[in-house]
Write a protein that binds this ligand. Structure first.
Ligand code: BGP
Length: 477
């Protein structure tokens, strides 16, 4: 398949999963610094009141990219990356979120980092908020508190002004829609800075999350507007976690159930692209008794802050059955069942390359905006040989089959796709589990879940494969 000229091939990471250096050069604590490491099937724990001795906080270490970025970037350059996606750690710039002045050491770090990307031929793609709210703001209610809007807009404006000649592509809130899984402790916390309160009823939790979501829409729209004022050439996108939800059978009840759940994922795209709340959402708020506090100018702000493009993460699809809803334990999707036609990763994520083409078609038909796939990849257990080499053929198969479907969406369906970045192109701390051993990289990092290891980097088999893919602009898969 032919990919368009200028297609943005590259890799993606998030500051809190790789930088480490959590308390140096004036950085304040962020919400991910106080997430403990979990293990396969074991929940991560939020210790927002302080770092407890004896606990493991993997995000504080990352892979020490703060100190190794020049060498790591040289490896990305060797693969031929055209772009590189990372986030700015909000608490490096505003350690408490509401400080009078930004932290110059933090600003300087990202200036050096983005300059290094440019010097190595990689276009920076920057996420403004990848689960990285300063902890001090979470303690004041996170995004349920309107104060967070002002703090976020100030942070975003500060960095957009400072890097206006270095960065062109910006994303506002990472995977903003995964917080529709409101009854997990993790997502309302990581997305909106809502510290779980065991006294809250499920309705109270939902009320808080909806309020935070509204405030995030206002914040995002303001940032889009300000960004375009700072530099009219900026391209500012939203970022949606896309998991196509299939009916488990063609029973009409299953089809309807899947449609309603899919709407939950797409409502974010609808607001970002149409600039207003869809009827099904305002109806739902009224139906279920949610009272969302809005200020008079909010609707107008949302209307005038429409995004330039849509970015997505894509890892898997899901299947749901209306019948199975009664067995739902409050986690994952109501009525979720295993799809018997596709395989799954060791973490149960169902591998579905065709689902990516399906997703691209759905989004393009609905919004007619260019789409940037800013996360795709597979988490695997890996053991290197004596030379540190990992023959990760399963990763190559995963990436190849997904890239093939992207090619089809472009060539057969006419979808406008801007680029594709492999998630965790170098092994990083897993967001969901805090494990190091859930690896996504094309570069192996010698470290375990507890910070032991040499932290040396080794090229995996997929490293050379991806280099070839980029060099041939997607023809040689
Ligand atoms: C997305 C996040 C990333 C990332 C990835 C893989 O949800 O945007 O931060 O880590 O998924 O998830 P995990 O690390 O849980 O396997």
């Amino acid at each position: 398949m032919k990919f368009p000229d200028g297609f943005l091939w590259g890799g993606a990471v998030a500051a809190h999963q790789l930088e480490g250096a959590w308390n140096v050069d004036g950085r304040g604590p962020s919400i991910c610094d106080v997430l403990t490491g979990g293990a396969h099937g074991v929940k991560r724990v939020i210790t927002a009141d302080g770092v407890e001795p004896g606990r493991n906080y993997p995000n504080q270490r990352g892979i020490d990219y703060y100190h190794t970025f020049r060498e790591d970037d040289a490896l990305f350059q060797e693969m031929g990356f055209k772009c590189f996606r990372t986030s700015i750690s909000w608490s490096r710039i505003f350690p408490n979120g509401d400080d009078a002045e930004p932290n110059e050491a933090g600003l300087k770090f990202y200036e050096e980092l983005f300059s290094d990307y440019r010097a190595k031929g990689m276009e920076p793609v920057v996420t403004l908020s990848h689960f990285e709210m300063p902890l001090a703001l979470a303690k004041q209610g996170g995004f349920t508190n309107r104060k967070a809007i002002d703090c976020f807009v100030r942070f975003a404006t500060t960095v957009m002004e400072r890097y206006k000649d270095l960065v062109k592509y910006w994303l506002t809130f990472n995977e903003v829609n995964n917080q529709m899984e409101m009854h997990t402790e993790i997502f309302p916390y990581t997305n909106s800075g809502i510290i779980p309160d065991p006294n809250d009823t499920p309705h109270e939790v939902e009320q808080k999350v909806w309020q935070a979501i509204h405030n995030e829409f206002v914040a995002s729209a303001l940032v889009v507007r300000k960004g375009h004022e700072i530099n009219p050439d900026f391209k500012i996108g939203c970022m949606l976690a896309m998991v196509p939800i299939y009916p488990a059978t063609c029973k009409p009840d299953d089809v309807m159930h899947a449609e309603v759940l899919m709407r939950d994922r797409l409502l974010f795209g609808d607001v970002y692209n149409y600039g207003e709340y869809p009827h099904y959402l305002t109806h739902r708020w009224e139906r279920d008794g949610f009272d969302i506090k809005m200020e008079p100018g909010d609707a107008d702000i949302i209307k005038h802050g429409i995004v330039d493009f849509i970015s997505i993460s894509y890892y898997m699809s899901a299947a749901v059955s209306a019948e199975a809803v009664k067995d739902w334990d409050g986690h994952g999707l109501p009525g979720q069942v295993k799809n018997p036609y596709i395989a799954a990763t060791d973490w149960g994520w169902q591998i579905d390359p065709v689902g990516l083409r399906y997703t691209l078609c759905t989004l393009y038909e609905r919004y007619r905006k260019p789409i940037f796939i800013v996360e795709n990849g597979i988490g695997m257990y890996e053991t290197p040989d004596d030379h540190g080499y990992v023959a990760d053929d399963a990763r190559i198969d995963y990436l190849r089959s997904h890239i093939e479907q992207v090619g089809k969406a472009i060539a057969l369906d006419g979808v406008e796709v801007m680029g594709y970045t492999v998630w965790g192109c170098i092994d990083v701390i897993s967001f969901g589990t805090g494990e190091m051993k859930k690896r996504y990289g094309m570069i192996y990092v010698d470290a375990d879940d507890y910070g032991n290891g040499t932290y040396k980097r080794f090229r995996k088999k997929s490293f050379n494969w991806y280099r070839k893919v980029i060099a041939s602009n997607g023809e040689d898969l």
